[in-house]
Design a protein around this ligand. Sequence first.
Ligand code: HEM
Length: 166
Amino acid sequence: MPFQIPDNIHPSCAPLAWLLGTWRGNGQGDYPTIDGFKFGQEMLFQQDGRPFIHYMSRAWIEDDEGNVVREAAQETGFLRPQEDRTLEVVLAHNLGFVEVWHGEIHADQPRFEIVTDAIARTGTAKEYTGGKRLYGYVEGDLLYAYDMAAMGQPLQPHLWARLQRQ
Ligand code: HEM
């Protein structure tokens, strides 16, 4: 069924309407301090007419044949698009991080980019200090790339994935 924009969507959220719904797909990850890996991921983006989108994600590590090896990262939070197309985001992670992000929703294309403004970590969380995310809607799929600065390393790719609407 083709994607339908909800009637009650807040005007601030309309430029992000392409995100709404449930997505499932696959990606790869890497970092200088760890071995490369493949993962599966499910994402949910929901709105209720107010000027925010609630986001939830869970991921699992997969082997080369696509079998589930173990559960992996989970994150949830809120996208708060503003009328001037700036985007505020707050996220909380099972890894013990909370983040405040800011960015921009692209004027002509279905994509947005956000960078971390502030990160707080619990006492036992790993040393994660910065992030940058790019999301885009390409040929009906959701593509994203996530760069992070952590473990004393400069900002560089940790994840990239492609998800299909369910
Ligand atoms: C799809 C989501 C993600 C997957 C599948 C994933 C997977 C992994 C894997 C397999 C490792 C290697 C160590 C381990 O097994 O725990 C790792 C390390 C790490 N990840 Fe992720 N990750 C994801 C998202 C994130 C996010 C969103 C952050 C930051 C907010 C993050 C931060 C880190 C850090 C700091 C390390 C430690 C690196 C080290 O110990 O040297 N990851 N990740």
